[in-house]
Write a protein that binds this ligand. Structure first.
Ligand code: ADP
Length: 159
């Protein structure tokens, strides 16, 4: 069976925790769709174009397709004939939230299996919201961002 996994999120911006999940997903799935879900009720810090650019700059895997979609994840996953949805868990709080979403997705898109990757302990403290909060004060937590993203942010800050 040809498995296709979709790894959705806001990725506003991407950090090393996201990348660690992507790396593990590409080692398992022949095709990974790394997808920004455009959420109309969230105002992002980084434009969709900037986030796609960041993702492209860090991706070195030939089996990853970088895309964005609007609307429901379940609908997009069916449209793309995905077999799996990749999410990650940092904590029990994440589990409670993700489990609810998984149950809804299972009803909307029966048969598409959600797979959880546990966050690596060195990245479990990272979240995009924390990265954004620090960026408001021109701070980047050492080791939190892929080098390519850090460079892009520094160039932007100096222009
Ligand atoms: P969303 O807005 O959908 O939660 P995010 O961009 O915050 O999207 O996260 C996308 C995915 O990456 C989610 O599955 C989330 O659990 C996972 N993730 C977020 N932070 C980390 C981290 N520090 N380590 C591993 N996975 C993470």
């Amino acid at each position: 069976m040809n498995t296709i996994a979709i790894f959705p999120g806001s990725f506003d911006p991407i950090h090393r925790g996201h990348l660690s999940v992507l790396k593990r997903a590409v080692a398992i799935f022949p095709t990974v769709i790394w997808a920004i879900g455009v959420n109309i009720s969230k105002i992002p810090m980084f434009s969709l174009e900037d986030r796609l650019e960041m993702m492209k700059s860090v991706n070195s895997f030939p089996n990853v397709e970088i895309v964005s979609f609007s609307g429901l994840l379940a609908d997009y996953a069916v449209e793309r004939e995905a077999t799996h949805i990749i999410r990650s868990l940092r904590s029990a709080t994440d589990f409670d939230y993700e489990n609810q979403i998984e149950q809804v997705n299972e009803r909307l898109a029966p048969g598409i299996e959600t797979i959880y990757f546990p966050a690596k302990h060195q990245y479990a403290h990272l979240s995009s919201s924390m990265v954004r909060e620090l960026l408001k004060y021109q701070k980047i937590l050492p080791g939190s961002l892929p080098v390519e993203v850090e460079t892009q942010l520094q160039i932007r800050a100096n222009t």
